[in-house]
Design a protein. Structure first.
Length: 522
């Protein structure tokens, strides 16, 4: 679809920024931005965020050095994730601990989606793949190593890969995810490679909780079990975290939310890691199915509902919780994921596409594409500011008293541009007058609370309506009569439009909260 194909409800007298070329166009960006949208015209321009920082977390990033580091990292900046892609290379097969949600046949579930198996690459083949992907997907800005085992349990392969990529692809950010057991041993090496982003999976800081998650830990040639194992793991994780933050390396903490095991404990974890300088906390749902053959899966341990995940994320973010920056848009990628978060283009890059062919690294072409993306983002940001819409840049002071949840169907590019029936995921925003803040992404296929609620008889449509049950409206480019009726029966208004997301969400929020009988701010 070209930008000109999109019919936007634009006021004719309003200025339109130029249509983007290159990457933004490829992302189906629209021809109008916030100032010209009908949605924006409903907003009062009195309030609004003046921040230019690219913040995807729950709070604005005041430090320009940090803002620059996260500006094009799709996981550390929710705004960036609409435009920039990441890729993972599966170079790290082994692991040094056992998690009860992993059976080793699949990718490391600390960062990846359980039940997915990625094929292993040598560091040299990984470099060839990175160069191929970088030349095809120029908005790919980050290379992450996240499995299929633990990257730091495979230090030779992991660091060799990073060295090769740093040598040949100087504009790609390096990113690493680890269970943290051996992290303190490698912090200097990580710093020397200019790795600016490290994720540690911390599911507990209390060994009593930990012994229900980790049956054993292999440390310095010895296998530990019970509380002792979790005590060692937790101490090493926190030691590594402190060492990284001391070196100004941004740390994201992942926590797998396991209902009845660590859910009540995770606010405490959030508080601890925040006090030690972690930048971002990503509470991810346990995905547990008997066919994965994990201890939790076989024991019938359920995963949380999206509503439970959001409630916990909100508690961690709250003033009386941990007041932590929360990541709300994780897609639990696979260890060989390629593309924008939420899309999986790994199958386009099989070995035949990168082995045996020399790919020239088009640094200049990539720079140009990234420049175009930044221009497009600036236009949208200026539009939001002109319309007085806060939330995207996280200025909590501007949050209205009354908000509702509004779901959006989007293919990216910052625009409501997807048919309801084609959407495999929805972005859920907190919406109110002059306020639009992304609070969760929900995958239609991912969440299932077990046979009692999600049996064979439940259609995808019914499941989708249940997924959005706490939303007041869903914004999409098109919706059929059957889903519209089912949504209406569940109290969810279906709104058809093509528009820039934030102004459209804020307008819907303003309208819905003016009718809403109760305050829904958490
Ligand atoms: Fe990969 Fe992870 Fe780096 Fe991102 S993923 S190593 S921080 S580049 Fe991102 Fe994927 Fe969630 Fe990970 S969406 S699973 S948080
Ligand atoms: Fe599996 Fe990852 Fe846990 Fe290792 S750290 S046991 S690979 S989930």
């Amino acid at each position: 679809m070209s930008p000109d194909d999109i019919m936007l409800p634009v006021l004719p007298s309003q200025p339109r920024p130029a249509a983007p070329s290159g990457p933004a166009a490829a992302l189906a960006a629209p021809t109008a931005a916030a100032p010209g949208s009908s949605a924006a015209s409903l907003a009062d321009p009195a309030a609004g965020c003046k921040s230019k920082s690219s913040c995807g977390t729950s709070s604005p990033v005041a430090d320009p050095e940090i803002a620059a580091k996260i500006a094009n990292h799709p996981c550390y900046s929710a705004e960036a994730h609409q435009y920039y892609a990441r890729m993972h290379v599966a170079v790290a097969p082994g692991c040094n601990i056992q998690c009860n949600y992993c059976n080793r046949k699949y990718d490391c579930a600390n960062e990846s989606r359980p039940g997915v198996t990625s094929s292993l690459l040598s560091p040299e083949d990984a470099l060839a793949k990175v160069k191929r992907v970088a030349s095809e997907i120029k908005q790919m800005s980050v290379l992450g190593i996240a499995g299929p085992g633990d990257p730091l349990a495979n230090p030779k392969r992991t660091f060799r890969t990073m060295e090769l990529v740093a040598r040949d692809c100087p504009d790609i950010k390096l990113c690493l995810s680890t269970n943290g057991l051996t992290l303190p041993d490698y912090v200097d090496r990580i710093a020397a490679l200019d790795v600016d982003h490290v994720t540690i999976t911390i599911n507990m800081t209390d060994p009593e909780v930990g012994e229900r998650i980790y049956p054993w830990v292999a440390f310095r040639g010895k296998k530990y079990t019970g509380r002792e194992a979790s005590k060692i793991l937790s101490e090493r994780q926190l030691e590594g975290l402190a060492m990284l933050t001391e070196r100004k390396i941004l740390v994201k903490v992942n926590s797998v939310m396991i209902p009845g095991v660590n859910d009540d404990h995770l606010v405490e974890v959030s508080r601890t890691v925040k006090s030690m300088g972690a930048f971002l906390h990503n509470v991810m749902p346990l995905v547990s199915a008997p066919e994965h053959g994990t201890v939790f899966g076989l024991a019938g341990q359920r995963g949380p509902t999206p509503q439970e995940v959001k409630a916990l994320q909100d508690r961690c973010a709250d003033d009386d919780g941990a007041e932590m920056n929360m990541m709300r848009h994780c897609r639990q990628c696979r260890a060989d994921a390629v593309g924008l978060l939420g899309e999986d283009r790994s199958e386009e890059f099989g070995p035949e596409t990168y082995l045996g062919t020399e790919v020239a690294y088009d640094l200049e072409g990539r720079r140009k594409v990234h420049e175009d993306i930044e221009k497009w983002r600036d236009d949208l940001r200026d539009g939001r500011e002109a319309a007085g819409i806060a939330g995207a840049a996280g200025t909590e002071a501007a949050r209205p008293e009354r908000t509702v949840l509004v779901a959006v169907a989007t293919k990216g590019g910052g625009v409501v541009n997807q048919h309801f029936g084609h959407a495999e995921e929805f972005w859920v925003y907190e919406a109110g007058e002059n306020w639009a803040k992304l609070v969760q992404t929900r995958s239609v296929a991912r969440y299932c609370e077990g046979p009692s609620e999600c049996g064979d008889a439940e259609t995808t449509l019914q499941k989708t309506v249940r997924l959005l049950s706490d939303c007041a409206a869903v914004l999409c480019s098109k919706v059929g009569p059957e889903p519209r009726d089912l949504l209406a029966a569940a109290g969810i208004e279906a709104v058809e439009l093509y528009d820039v997301i934030e102004p459209a969400v804020a307008a819907a929020g303003a309208r819905l909260t003016s009718d809403a009988p109760e305050v829904t701010v958490p």
